[in-house]
Design a protein. Sequence first.
Length: 92
Amino acid sequence: MATSLPDDRAVEATLRAVLSDVLGLAPARVAGFEADTALFGALPEFDSMAVAGLLTELEERLGILIEDHEIDADLLESFGSLLAFARMKALR
């Protein structure tokens, strides 16, 4: 029986697409992000205003709910930390 739940690769692809779309980054640039690629504070495009848009897009595209208490600086620090969070939320 087919399932509509995202898999590991789909979550990563969605996160990369959201980063590209919300931050206005070239898809090729986002494709090169590694787990330790710094995000918040390192990318001028990823400021406090962009955080809300990014999280909203992740919720919509992954069909998840992100609670305010789940968001902290560590979560937004790197591509790897944000990806781990998105996977945890989407693949439960």
